[in-house]
Write a protein that binds this ligand. Structure first.
Ligand code: FEO
Length: 398
């Protein structure tokens, strides 16, 4: 039932489709469209499996492999990344392919032995090392912190095929395997959301790694990531998108994200939004209690300004605002304009907390935060509208 998909000469996708995956990384990242765990079988005089799948999908992977070769005939298993969504089936496949030698970076050794006691790495590899598998060759490129310390890319020169593991992926389940077979808008939205929620804090390393690979001058005709669709037509389109996102290039757009206790902060949010709109600038408006913070992060990826608001509760922000602030703090969308706002009853505190978080993430505070005591009157709402308009006009002139 589970068929492999040939992606190049003697190269097969033997991964798994997780249609029902709805969150990742401890629920910090929503995956509305599911995901795939991509593993690749390279067939030759010797057989290589590049990455495996999440443990619950081991049988699906094994069935796909067995339609190409007997899984016990795998000679090498390359572990590009220890995170269990890719290494989880290692114990199962290692037991069946008992003579298979595991290859990884030196940094992966500790993780593999910790997650999978009894499995040992036969050979550690570093950038430039070559694995000859019966006349065909693989080379390796270490990619530390993209996005774990032990992450690695594997390259198959005879097919100009790059297998960069998590890089260039998307959390998107599909019956298709190639990027050119699916709706391009959905695909790029998922690729952007993936970058915003996983790779954004490592943007400087992303730029360095792309430059390093470009300097190697190796032809790349297929980019086969470990999640989602495979880039075979114009594969550089995703590399170019990564360069834009990693350079923190933004568009003339404002994200307004907030939550409210008794609609005072909401009235301020609406006035701010109207102000931005009055300047003719695109605005994305999110009430956080009914929104998904991973989706908001995706929009922050290419927004030139981020406006965050909260009512004050217990001297700080509402609990529904915390997840977004947590992500902004960790994912660090730098270089954008930031603005805080919110209502309070007596001591305040939320605006100060938001402003500090936006500044710590590397945003430039556009103006001192807007506060309104109890219920914002006409003056407060006009001040919010005017601030939104000034922000919009600033982007128009930038
Ligand atoms: Fe898809 Fe970092 O694992």
């Amino acid at each position: 039932m589970f068929e492999p998909v040939k992606i190049a000469d003697n190269v097969y996708w033997v991964g798994a489709v997780d249609w029902n995956c709805r969150s990742f990384h401890g629920h910090s990242y929503s995956t509305h469209r599911g995901t795939t765990y991509n593993a690749y079988l390279l067939k030759g005089a010797r057989n290589v499996l590049v990455d495996t799948v999440y443990a619950p999908f081991a049988d699906e992977m094994l069935e796909r492999i067995s339609r190409v070769i007997d899984p016990s005939d795998i000679d090498y298993i390359v572990v590009n990344h220890v995170e269990p969504d890719h290494s989880g089936a290692l114990p199962v496949i290692s037991q069946i392919a008992s003579r298979a030698a595991v290859y990884s970076t030196a940094r992966a050794v500790e993780g593999i032995s910790s997650y999978y006691p009894g499995i040992s790495v036969a050979e550690t590899v570093k950038t430039g090392d070559v694995l000859d598998f019966g006349g065909r060759q693989l080379t390796f490129v270490e990619a530390p912190m993209l996005h774990w310390p032990e992450s690695m890319f594997t390259y198959l020169p005879d097919q100009a095929l790059l297998m960069p593991n998590d890089a260039f992926g998307q959390h998107m389940a599909s019956g298709f395997r190639f990027a050119d077979e699916v709706d391009h808008g959905y695909l790029m939205e998922e690729a952007a959301k993936y970058y915003a929620n996983i790779l954004l804090p490592y943007s400087k390393l992303v730029l360095k790694k792309i430059a390093e690979v470009q300097q190697m001058n190796i032809p790349i005709e297929i980019i086969a990531p470990s999640h989602g669709l495979i880039w075979r037509h114009e594969p550089m389109q995703i590399v170019e998108a990564y360069v834009r996102w990693a350079a923190q290039e933004t568009e003339k757009r404002v994200v307004v994200a907030y939550d409210t206790m008794w609609q005072s902060t909401e009235a301020m949010a609406l006035a701010l939004t109207e102000g931005v709109e009055s300047a003719g600038v695109d605005v994305r408006h999110y009430k956080l209690g009914v929104s998904d913070h991973s989706d908001v992060m995706r929009d922050i990826l290419d927004a030139a300004a981020v406006v965050v608001g909260s009512s004050t509760v217990n001297n700080g922000v509402l609990p529904t605002v915390m997840p977004l602030l947590h992500e902004i703090k960790g994912l660090r969308p730098t270089g954008r304009k930031g603005l805080a706002f919110g209502s309070y009853g007596w001591g305040g505190g939320a605006v100060k907390e938001i402003e500090a978080t936006l500044a710590a993430a590397g945003m430039d505070i556009f103006e001192p935060g807007l506060s309104a005591k109890w219920c914002p009157g006409e003056d407060s709402l006009t001040a919010c509208f005017d601030a939104g308009k000034r922000l919009g006009n600033f982007l128009n002139n930038g």
